[in-house]
Design a protein around this ligand. Structure first.
Ligand code: ADP
Length: 548
């Protein structure tokens, strides 16, 4: 009787293991002729297809196998977005090794720390990073070999270096893929470490497959075989928001811009490659919009842009929507979430019914959780707060592509209910929209209440003379902290503090009003292009502190 029940209750469906190589194998078989278009360092365009790149990725796996690399070992990449970089991902992960994407914009000491912490054995890199790599090598003893993602003609000098094209040439294409367990690690990405040392997030094959399927959903990125996708967000920045996986899963065309991310270069690709969907951080899109406005250019094929990494401004949403009919998908997430957490795109019917202006207001929020992500906000004692759009709390998340523990760190990083604390502070409204009001470490606590630095920043940055705005807490003897507004003006502009305070007046609560405004020529940015408030606090907080 028991045996009979066991047979009936056992899994009757196929054990189809979720390994990431399946993405490109699927693309090669069913959308094999769809293109991967790359811009090389010299500006020229190189064309591949999913079928060709899948074959070349398999040849790279053969190189790894012949060299005795074992599954689970770390192979690093330091490269801008290109078809070769995509092939490197699949060649490394398909074989069962772990692809560790390095951010070349990190400080040298951080890169050394990360490479040693991960015990990277090989590094596949763009030739442009050769000077940096030669400086790192003496301090990275585990690094045995550097392979430059180029042909023999572009190979930089150096001991033990090889070029990718010569290395894969003529290699077999039958090295087995997907032989590791779906729970085995596939990729490694370090957080930029704005506090303390960078921490490694080790993605499994399963987490990445599920994450890409979460991203592909209609209400998330809604990618389709009809799309031509320009992946501006770098592959070393939280896996380019999974675009190399989702594009392969759907069979979309993938356009990879290399190192040229200025308005003119991106515009050229958007038009010549008939791009319909693209993803980048707000600063990149602002530069593109400025370029379009200055040169009075149209956008003929672009339909949707995914914007995330930091908050999207109203100017950006209206600029794309009203000027070009392009829909903004406002995304929030982080390295620890693979990275997509929420997205604000097509609204649910109740929000759509509120009209065009309300849609913009909801688009400014970071969005709703797709299937595969659960979310709650809590107070400092981990007690859940109401989802009324008013209560601000710590955002905690749960899902199959969300971190449980950091690489080579003891213990899980989850609360009693199994949720990960994102370090962000937000509200969640009755429609399910989450809105970030701050990062926990940047929050300004004045008279026992939280002031949202992000909200003041967004309003200040929408002043026509402002290029960027930042708000930090300044120690205050009476209130503990008070907000200081720091503004970088657009080139050629002049403004007074009174002008900015008048702009904020009536748009924020009186007690949120910054005590002073500081104008600066430069804003410090971190390695992922975000405002570095730690530097701002170190530079300006003490100086602006009123004396008792
Ligand atoms: P790091 O934490 O090192 O900056 P990430 O790229 O993982 O690296 O950044 C994640 C953080 O970026 C989030 O915790 C959040 O504070 C911020 N962020 C990401 N997307 C948005 C967004 N759409 N709006 C506001 N903040 C965002």
């Amino acid at each position: 009787m028991t045996d009979q029940n066991d047979i009936l209750l056992g899994d009757h469906m196929q054990a189809w293991s979720m390994t990431v190589d399946r993405f490109i194998t699927h693309a090669a078989r069913w959308s094999g002729q769809h293109e991967l278009v790359s811009r090389e360092a010299d500006g020229s365009i190189v064309r591949s297809t999913w079928a060709t790149s899948a074959t070349r990725a398999r040849q790279l796996s053969a190189v790894l196998a012949a060299a005795g690399i074992r599954p689970g070992e770390r192979i690093a990449t330091m490269a801008m977005n290109s078809a070769r970089h995509v092939e490197a991902w699949y060649g490394i992960m398909g074989y069962g090794a772990v692809c560790h994407t390095l951010n070349p914009r990190l400080f040298e000491d951080q890169l050394v720390f990360i490479i040693n912490h991960a015990s990277d054995r090989w590094l596949l890199a763009d030739p442009q990073f050769a000077p940096l790599i030669e400086k790192l090598r003496p301090r990275c003893p585990t690094l045995e070999r550097i392979i430059y993602l180029c042909g023999p003609d572009q190979l930089p000098a150096g001991a033990g270096v090889a070029d990718y094209e010569s290395l894969i040439d003529g290699r077999p294409t039958d090295v087995p893929w997907g032989t590791v367990d779906e729970h085995a690690p596939a990729a490694l990405c370090y957080t930029s470490g704005t506090t303390g040392n960078p921490k490694g997030v080790l993605y499994s094959h399963r987490s990445q497959v599920l994450h890409a399927m979460i991203c592909a959903q209609r209400d998330t990125m809604g990618m389709s075989v009809q799309d031509s996708v320009l992946a501006v967000v770098p592959m070393f920045h939280a896996n380019a928001w999974a675009l190399p996986f989702t594009a392969a899963a759907t069979g979309a065309k993938l356009v990879l811009p290399g190192a040229k991310l200025d308005g003119a270069s991106l515009y050229e690709l958007l038009e010549t490659e008939a791009v319909t969907l693209s993803a980048a951080v707000p600063t990149v899109w602002q530069a593109l919009l400025d370029f379009l406005t200055t040169n009075r250019l149209p956008l003929s094929t672009l339909r949707r842009v995914i914007i995330g990494g930091s908050a999207v401004t109203e100017a950006l949403i209206r600029g794309f929507r009203d000027g070009y009919g392009v829909e903004v998908l406002h995304a929030w997430g982080m390295t620890e979430m693979s990275p997509i957490g929420t997205i604000s795109g097509a609204p649910p019917p109740a929000v759509a019914a509120l009209g065009a202006d309300a849609r913009v207001a909801f688009n400014l929020k970071q969005g709703r959780a797709p299937f595969g992500i659960d979310m709650k906000i809590t107070d400092d004692d981990e007690v859940r707060l109401p989802q009324d759009g008013v209560a601000q709390g710590h955002v905690r998340v749960q899902g199959p592509a969300i971190i449980a523990r950091y690489f080579r760190e003891p213990g899980e990083v989850l609360d009693a209910e199994g949720y990960f604390d994102t370090g962000d502070i937000a509200t969640i409204d009755p429609h399910g929209y989450m809105q970030i009001t701050d990062r926990a470490k940047d929050v300004i606590k004045s008279g026992g209440e939280w002031i949202s630095s992000v909200e003041i920043e967004n309003i200040a940055a929408s002043h026509p003379k402002a290029l960027m705005a930042a708000v930090i807490g300044v120690p205050d003897p009476r209130w503990r902290e008070r907000p200081l507004l720091i503004v970088r003006l657009r080139p050629g502009q002049e403004a007074t503090a009174a002008e900015f305070l008048a702009w904020l007046d009536g748009k924020i609560a009186k007690w949120w009003m910054p005590d002073s405004v500081l104008f600066v020529d430069e804003m410090p940015l971190g390695a992922t292009g975000k405002l570095d408030k730690k530097v701002l606090r170190a530079r300006y907080a003490q100086a602006a502190t009123p004396s008792e």
